[in-house]
Design a protein around this ligand. Sequence first.
Ligand code: MLT
Length: 265
Amino acid sequence: MNSIEKVKAGDAHLAVAVAGTGAALLLVHGFPLDRTMWRQLEGTDGWMRIAPDLRGAGQSDVPASGYTMTRYADDLVAVLDALGARRAVCCGLSMGGYILFELWRRYPERIRALILCDTKSEADTAEGKRGRDELAATARDAGVGAVAERLVPKLVGRTTRAENPALVETVRTMVQRSPVAGVVGALQAMRDRADATPRLVEVAVPTLIVVGAEDELTPPAVVRPMVDRIPGARYAEIPGAGHLAPLERPGPFNSAVAEFLSILE
Ligand code: MLT
C-alpha cells in the first residue's frame, strides 16, 4: 500500500508515491516512463520507498519548458525535504541515473548510497544529440504513440518480449500516456547533460551498479566500466532482463539490492 503525496518543486507540483517506513530509499524512474515502473514500492521492506513522477511524467505537472538535469535534481531535493529525509539511498534507472549524477555533483550530502541501474556516465555523442532532436520532432509531429513504437522493443529484453507480452503491454501503455511536453523536455535535458565519467573516481558513497544481461540500450559492456571507476563499487547483472531490469525481473533485482542495503550502516 502506498500513499501519493503532492510536493511543490519550483514551478511544478510532483506526484510522489511513498510506501513503508524506515530510512529513505529514493527511486528515480527512466524515460519515457513514470513512477509505476518501480515494483520495488511493494518489495523493499524496512525502507521508506519514495518514488516521484518526474516533472512532465505520470501525474506530475507538465511545464511547457525548462527541463534540465539541474531542474530535475533540484526537484529531487524538494521531494526529500518535503518528506523530512536529510539523506537517502538513491536508486535511478537510466535517465534516473543521469539525474542522480547531477544530484551527486550538486548535493553530495543528500546521498547515502547510490544504486545505478541500466545507466551510463557518458554524455550523448553528436550523433546521439541529433537522435534526441529527431525523437523530439517525432513526439511533436506524430505523437507519443510513435515514440512508443520506436522505443518499447528496445526497452524490454528479448526474454521478456518472448515470454511476457503482458509486461510489454504495460510498458507500452506507460510510454503512450507520457505527455508530449514532458517527453520533449526530457529529451532536451538528456541531450544537454554533462559527462559524469571524469568524476566517477570521486564518488565516495557505497555504490551498486545493476544491469539487465539483455539490456540493448546500455548493455553490460557499456555499464561495467563504471564499476572500475567508482571506488569500491559493486556489480550485479540480472539474467533474463533488458533495460528495465527492476520491472522485468523484480525478484533477482530486489535480492541484489537487499544484499547491498544490508552492508550499509
Ligand atoms: C531511459 O531509459 O531513461 C533512456 O533509455 C535513457 C536514454 O535515452 O538515454
